[in-house]
Design a protein around this ligand. Structure first.
Ligand SMILES: C[S@@+](CC[C@H](N)C(=O)[O-])C[C@H]1O[C@@H](n2cnc3c(N)ncnc32)[C@H](O)[C@@H]1O
Length: 238
């Protein structure tokens, strides 16, 4: 991101690592494939190191964002109050926390005596007052969205893939076709795909080469399937 110029992005939409590698120590879950491998890219040594990393990224997002740009940052419920403060320290205005209720979460395990983790949160923030706010029908403008985790044809091998359903509405509300959207943590490329579907330009980063291949696969599937564009041939401009 250091190579990007100042004030080029109209929207930041991202889903960073959640620092949940602590889950690896939970007795009884140790050999559960989904729980362990989900967090393989989450290797921070301490909570402080994790929060400092996110602060550094957010400061860089602030530099790259245009005045009036919105930002959305996914996070787990245990860190949301820290992240509210960090987005503010980075220069942004904190606006609201959005709650995604997963209708099909990983079930609660009896021996852990805890409720199922059926919520993920997203912090909405802005650089000054938001310049774009494409109002949807009133009942879609709540800070609560309900949807299943990725399933079926949409599902890729990326363990923390977000469904398009919980990303697209916010991208449409806070940006316009032709705008530039930034995602510093692409994963399987959900933000990028949402941009491709809705005519936004996109710039993003992903460290893991295997995930980059997933992203390329999703792009080419999309571009080679005109029906996904409502039957129209996609126009790709290089
Ligand atoms: C929570 S996942 C994003 C999932 C994404 N929202 C999706 O729907 O697929 C976070 C991603 O950030 C990547 N990542 C972690 N540190 C990174 C870094 N320093 N630069 C770029 N990507 C990074 C991880 O490899 C992981 O794929």
């Amino acid at each position: 991101m250091a190579s990007l110029e100042d004030e080029v992005a109209d929207l930041v939409f991202t889903d960073p690592p959640y620092f949940q590698n602590r889950a690896q120590n939970i007795k009884g879950l140790k050999n559960h494939k989904d729980v362990i491998t989900e967090f393989e890219f989450d290797g921070f040594h301490s909570e402080e190191a994790y929060l400092q990393f996110l602060e550094d990224v957010l400061r860089e997002c602030y530099r790259v964002a245009k005045p009036g740009a919105s930002g959305y940052l996914w996070c787990g419920d245990d860190f949301v109050s820290y992240l509210n403060r960090i987005v503010t320290k980075a220069g942004f205005r904190f606006r609201k926390v959005i709650h995604w209720h997963k209708t099909n979460p990983f079930p609660a395990i009896h021996t852990r005596k805890m409720f199922a983790n059926s919520m993920e949160l997203m912090v909405h923030f802005s650089k000054g007052s938001p310049k774009t706010w494409n109002h949807k029908p009133v009942n879609e403008m709540h800070n609560f969205i309900e949807a299943p985790i990725c399933m079926g044809a949409e599902r890729t091998p990326h363990k923390t893939q977000k469904p398009l359903r919980v990303c697209l509405p916010y991208i449409e509300i806070s940006s316009n076709p032709g705008d530039l959207v930034l995602d510093p943590f692409m994963g399987s490329g959900t933000t990028a795909l949402a941009c491709l579907k809705t005519g936004r330009d996109f710039i993003g980063y992903e460290l893991n080469k295997d995930y980059c291949q997933i992203i390329e696969g999703r792009f080419s599937e999309f571009l080679n399937t005109p029906s996904l564009f409502g039957g129209e041939e996609p126009k790709v401009i290089y």
